[in-house]
Design a protein around this ligand. Structure first.
Ligand SMILES: [Zn+2]
Ligand SMILES: [Zn+2]
Length: 257
C-alpha cells in the first residue's frame, strides 16, 4: 500500500534504528544533528539505538561501568534535549552484538544499564529473560545481513519478541528473508533505517496513532497493531499487523536502496 506524502504526514512516523557519533564508533553525526535532520524529514519520533558494549561502541570499554554508561547515553541525551527544543519525540534504546547477531533493545533506561554491569557476559537467552522481566522489548536486528566481517547467520527466534523485517542499510533480498523468517515463526516485525549519517534513508514505521512514550511503541509492536513499514525514498510501504500478513508475503516489486 502506498501512502501519499500528505496522507503519511498526518500519521505518526517513527525512526526505530538510529546511531549517534557520541554512542557509536561508526556514527557520523551527533545526537543533536540527528534530531534536527530527522525532524526536517517529517519524523514525529526517533529511537536512538547506539552500539552497546559488545558492538561497535564509541566510549572506551576500559572506563569504569558508570562512566562507560554515562558516555554511551550522551548521544541519546543530546538528541533528547534537541528534540524537546524543536518538537521531536526522542526515545532510548540500544543495539547489542552477540558474535554477529545483533539485537535492538527498547523500553529500558540508563538506570537499568547502570544496575546491570553483568550484561556484558550474557547470552542472547539471558538477555531476553532479563529484558523481558524488566518490561523491555527485544528485536533481532537485520537477522539475514551478510557482510565480510560477519561469519554466518545466527537466528534466535525464541530469544526475541520480534524481528527487524526491514532495514534500509542492506540489500532488499536480506530484508525479504527477514520478513519470511518472521512470518514463519509468527513474530512481529519492525522497520528502521539503521541510519549513521545525516543523509536521508527515510525508513522506520508509520503508526495510525501518536506514540507518546516508548511504552506505546512496545505495546503497538507486541500487540501487532497495524503499521506501515517504510521502504525509503520511493515512498513505498508495506503493511504489518495481524490483519496484514498477505502484504508481507507479497512485498514490493522493486525497492531502490
Ligand atoms: Zn554502526
Ligand atoms: Zn544499527
Amino acid at each position: 500500500m502506498q501512502l501519499s506524502q500528505t496522507e503519511s504526514l498526518r500519521r505518526f512516523r517513527v525512526e526505530t534504528h538510529l546511531h549517534t557519533s557520541e554512542g557509536s564508533a561508526c556514527g557520523q553525526a551527533s545526537g543533536a544533528e540527528q534530531a534536527r535532520a530527522r525532524k526536517a524529514e517529517g519524523y514525529d519520533a526517533i529511537i536512538v539505538t547506539d552500539h552497546f558494549f559488545r558492538g561497535n561502541t564509541r566510549p572506551n570499554r576500559a572506563l569504569p561501568w558508570e562512566a562507560y554508561v554515562d558516555a554511551f547515553c550522551s548521544g541519546y541525551e543530546h538528541a533528547k534535549a534537541e528534540g524537546d527544543r524543536i518538537g521531536l519525540k526522542v526515545f532510548f534504546g540500544w543495539e547489542e552484538n552477540y558474535g554477529g547477531a545483533e539485537f535492538l533493545i527498547y523500553g529500558l533506561d540508563k538506570a537499568w544499564l547502570l544496575a546491570h554491569p553483568e550484561m556484558i557476559r550474557w547470552t542472547p537467552e539471558e538477555q531476553y529473560r532479563a529484558v523481558s522481566a524488566a518490561g523491555g522489548l527485544v528485536i533481532q536486528a537485520h537477522p539475514f545481513r551478510e557482510r565480510p566481517y560477519l561469519k554466518g547467520i545466527h537466528l534466535y527466534p525464541h530469544d526475541c519478541d520480534g524481528v527487524e523485517g526491514v532495514n534500509l542499510s542492506q540489500p532488499w533480498e536480506q530484508n525479504r528473508r527477514a520478513l519470511d523468517y518472521a512470518r514463519s515463526f509468527g513474530l512481529p516485525v519492525t522497520a528502521g533505517s539503521d541510519i549513521h549519517t545525516l543523509s536521508p534513508l527515510l525508513g522506520g514505521m508509520i503508526f495510525p496513532r501518536p506514540l507518546d512514550t516508548i511504552r506505546d511503541f512496545i505495546h503497538a509492536v507486541r500487540g501487532r497493531e497495524e503499521a506501515q513499514l517504510l521502504l525509503g525514498a520511493s515512498g513505498e510501504t508495506l503493511c504489518c499487523g495481524s490483519e496484514n500478513d498477505a502484504a508481507l508475503i507479497a512485498g514490493p516489486s522493486a525497492v531502490p536502496l
